[in-house]
Design a protein around this ligand. Structure first.
Ligand code: 13P
Length: 425
């Protein structure tokens, strides 16, 4: 647990706890997703939570998740469409409501003959579709026994991680094949050694960006061992198979994370060094501004989660990116949001339709501060065509450093606004 706290204080990213249902899951099991989503809403763990269901369940699982947890796929084809009977493209997963996809799982490498090159093509296709990617690597028992575990995983990274990986769109999952579904786990020393090696490979490959790519551990993670594993250095989360199928087991793992986070919060409050986790999103109108702002905020020490767009596409539109950002703010996945479009108006309209979001279109420091102090504004909207990058960062910093006053008058006005969210229209 102490290492979870330590990792956060080093300015790294929050953990990703992802479930992989593999080829399990009928509509009768959607209640498990509902239960996990309800518990996330109640406990609001800072970890990012994702369940990767079979493709057949994604659309319904998204409904069950109610925006409280992410839903992902387990594989995608590298092509956009075509004569590939039985396959699903990344766009199809995205269209069904997925936000992420696993690629290169050892079960696909083993049973479907997937090579590093195929995995790389799938990862690129997933990014192009706007999906976050969990790229799996791992050695067999024989490779470990031969002393080749590090080189096998290094080679897999070299071959299956395409150019252009970013930390917001990519996580690496180290899943030793001999630990998957066996109840066996590597020793703490083996996990630490491997994760340090993966970090080194990522930094060599991606430079600065490689420092914040989350490295998940997967293989027989359970409530009884999650705490110890998640506390290890460079473990940025977990990819969980069997124990993600039952809400009770999965929640047991999430409680482990919450314990670490609570300790972190206390520690941050006492040393006054509270780092804000910020979400950012834009359509084409604010895309260039988003790229610059994201870089600046990260260099200022903020943790920034990018909700897209991930590439400039003049045909895209703000609801596609602003609504997921607003939901992330509403569910506590990020503390505050920065929403951009050409003028900022559309971004503000879309964000304010999400319950518990209070978005303001801001042009001046007074409103950036007072909007938070008096109205608990949690999303700042800016016009990509109107505000210069340096000025935008100033406004965002003012917004992020302000705190809601909590005064009775301000609480009262907010509860009146909030009551509207529960009114039948
Ligand atoms: P288990 O947690 O069931 O060992 O599965 C791990 C895994 O393969 C997740 O992708």
């Amino acid at each position: 647990m102490c290492c979870v706290v330590g990792r956060f204080n080093e300015g790294s990213v929050r953990p990703l706890i992802a479930g992989n249902w593999k080829m399990n899951g009928l509509s009768s099991q959607l209640g498990e997703i509902e239960a996990i989503a309800a518990s996330v809403a109640a406990t609001r763990p800072i970890a990012e939570i994702l369940i990767c269901t079979p493709a057949t369940l994604i659309a319904r699982a998204v409904q069950s998740a109610a925006g409280r947890i992410g839903i992902g796929g387990q594989d995608c084809h590298a092509a956009v469409c075509g004569p590939f009977t039985g396959d699903f493209s990344a766009q199809m997963l995205k269209d069904a409501g997925a936000c992420s996809v696993i690629v290169g799982h050892s079960e696909r490498r083993q049973h479907h003959g997937e090579t590093d090159a195929m995995v790389a093509a799938k990862a690129s296709a997933a990014w192009r579709a706007g999906l976050h990617v969990i790229l799996c690597i791992g050695e067999t028992q024989a490779q470990r026994a031969d002393g080749k575990a590090l080189s096998v995983c290094g080679d897999q990274i070299a071959g299956s991680l395409p150019e252009g990986a970013t930390s917001s769109a990519t996580a690496l999952a180290y899943e030793p094949l001999w630990a998957i579904g066996t109840g066996q786990t590597p020793t703490a020393e083996q996990i630490v050694e491997m994760h340090a090696h993966i970090r080194q490979c990522l930094e060599l490959r991606l430079g600065e960006e490689g420092r914040s790519v989350r490295i998940l551990y997967g293989g027989s993670v359970k409530p009884s061992n999650a705490r110890e594993i998640l506390a290890l250095p460079e473990v940025g989360g977990a990819l969980i198979g069997g124990a993600s199928l039952k809400a009770d087991d999965f929640e047991g793992i999430l409680r482990t994370v919450s314990l670490g986070i609570d300790a972190l919060r206390v520690e941050q409050r006492t040393d006054g060094n509270c780092m804000t986790r910020v979400g950012i999103a834009s359509d084409h109108g604010g895309f260039a501004l988003k790229v610059t702002i994201t870089r600046s905020l990260r260099s200022l020490g903020y943790e920034v989660v990018d909700y897209g767009a991930y590439q400039l596409n003049p045909a895209d539109d703000y609801p596609e990116f602003i609504i997921p950002l607003a939901k992330a703010v509403a569910t506590g996945q990020v503390e505050r949001g920065v929403a951009l479009c050409g003028s900022g108006v559309g971004a503000s309209i879309a964000a304010n339709k999400v319950p518990n979001v209070r978005a303001g279109l801001i042009h001046d420091d007074f409103s950036a501060r007072q909007g938070v102090e008096d109205d608990d504004m949690n999303v700042i909207c800016l016009g990509g065509k109107l505000v210069e990058a340096a000025r935008a960062v100033e406004l965002i910093e003012t917004f992020l450093s302000a705190r809601f006053s909590g005064a009775a008058r301000h609480q009262r006005r907010l509860s009146e606004v909030q009551a509207l969210e529960h009114e039948d229209t």
